[in-house]
Design a protein around this ligand. Structure first.
Ligand SMILES: *Cc1c(COP(=O)(O)O)cnc(C)c1O
Length: 367
């Protein structure tokens, strides 16, 4: 069916952009008029409805807003539009993406405080409670779900629960987990969940989205610190008739609808999670056989991306990276400050057989 769509020269084991299916890439191959029903209703609104149903078992209470740009644009739109001028944000951070939220709050002039952990430590419920009790000015709490910096899976349910218990609004950066790890934002008490087209839904890059509690979003008019990144205005415009305020990334949007249909065909989020877990298990088993060890213990490790320690002080990552790339796989350099590591993503159009093949190649290259 997709004979004319070329194979990729290598498989991307980077957690975004990631390897996409031929079906998704084929969906890019036509132009769309943004004025008519065939785009606005049948693509944009269809996507928004599907996203809400993926996120919540009680979809009536939620709505989805799509935003041009990479994932960070949606994080910035969300922080900049949700927190009122007299609000205060608590950022719980244990990696680069938590630190990025801090930087955004700083640039946007949002009053904030940071509960910071090392890159391999899991945020604790009791410290969050203490922070909220000590500083009653805090109105909003934000945390990353899967910190892609290391692959650590933060306790989203527990921390969102504490935020709710103290009556705070909770914002989750679920960029690299939404669509790949089952979750119900209603049950977890998440008010705003942010993710993007090119992560676990397996679309191509170009836009991101926020799934919001409708009642909470309705309170956000006039908060925005940026005109283009005004989440509330974008929502008002899009909710009315599926129109984006400014130029819509049409091809990417159409490909994303195809990616959502393929997620359904695979069996939904639970089935995709199962495949990612199998990918991850195959990866760890094969890499350990080739002489590598994981940075994180299994209890706090996500199936999304895995960090491996350099096997020896003289290990030349650049040489290793090139050798593996020549053989068809692209790895991901490390991003953490405290140790020499590199990362391998297991999301995207990637299957356990691909991972087994990769680890055989790693074993050969290491000989
Ligand atoms: C990918 C990612 C982002 C967004 O990164 P962009 O490069 O802007 O797409 C934000 N948070 C997390 C946890 C991510 O994995």
């Amino acid at each position: 069916m997709y004979e004319n769509i070329p194979d990729n020269p290598y498989l991307l084991l980077t957690p975004g952009p990631l390897s996409t299916s031929k079906g998704v890439r084929a969906a890019l191959l036509r132009d769309w008029c943004t004025w008519d029903r065939d785009y606005n209703e049948e693509i944009v609104q269809a996507i928004r409805r599907k996203l809400v149903r993926l996120a919540a078992r009680q979809p009536e209470e939620y709505t989805a807003v799509l935003m041009q740009g990479s994932g960070s644009f949606a994080v910035e739109a969300c922080l900049g539009s949700v927190i009122p001028k007299d609000g205060k944000l608590l950022i719980i951070a244990n990696g680069a993406y938590g630190a990025r939220m801090e930087k955004m709050a700083e640039v946007l002039g949002i009053s904030h405080t940071v509960l910071e952990y090392s890159e391999t430590a899991v945020p604790g419920v009791s410290e969050v409670k203490i922070t909220l009790e000590r500083d009653p000015a805090i109105t909003h709490v934000a945390m990353v779900h899967c910190e892609t910096t290391t692959g650590i899976l933060n306790p989203l349910r527990e921390i969102a629960g504490v935020a709710k218990q103290y009556g705070k609004i909770f914002i989750a950066d679920a960029m690299s987990s939404f669509g790949g790890i089952p979750m119900d934002i209603g049950e977890m008490g998440i008010d705003f969940l942010i993710s993007s087209a090119n992560k676990c839904i397996q679309g191509v890059p170009g836009f991101a989205f926020v799934i919001a509690n409708r009642a909470r979003l309705e309170e956000c008019g006039g908060n925005a610190r940026s005109h283009s990144l005004d989440l509330y205005d974008q929502w008002r415009c899009m909710d009315a008739a599926g129109k984006w305020r400014f130029t819509s990334p049409t091809h990417v949007v159409r490909a994303f609808l195809k990616a959502l249909i393929e997620l359904d065909d695979e069996g939904g989020v639970a089935a995709r999670y199962g495949r990612y877990c199998e990918n991850h298990s195959a990866l760890v088993e094969g890499m350990e056989h080739a002489g590598f060890e994981t940075l994180l213990p299994p209890e706090i490790q996500s199936p999304v991306i895995t960090s491996f320690r350099y096997p020896a002080a003289h290990f030349e990552f650049n040489w290793f990276y090139e050798a593996i790339k020549e053989r068809g796989y692209v790895l991901y350099p490390g991003k953490i400050s405290q140790e020499d590591t590199f990362r391998i993503g297991t999301i995207g159009e990637v299957y356990p057989r691909d991972i087994k093949k990769l680890t055989e190649i790693v074993w050969e290259v290491m000989q």
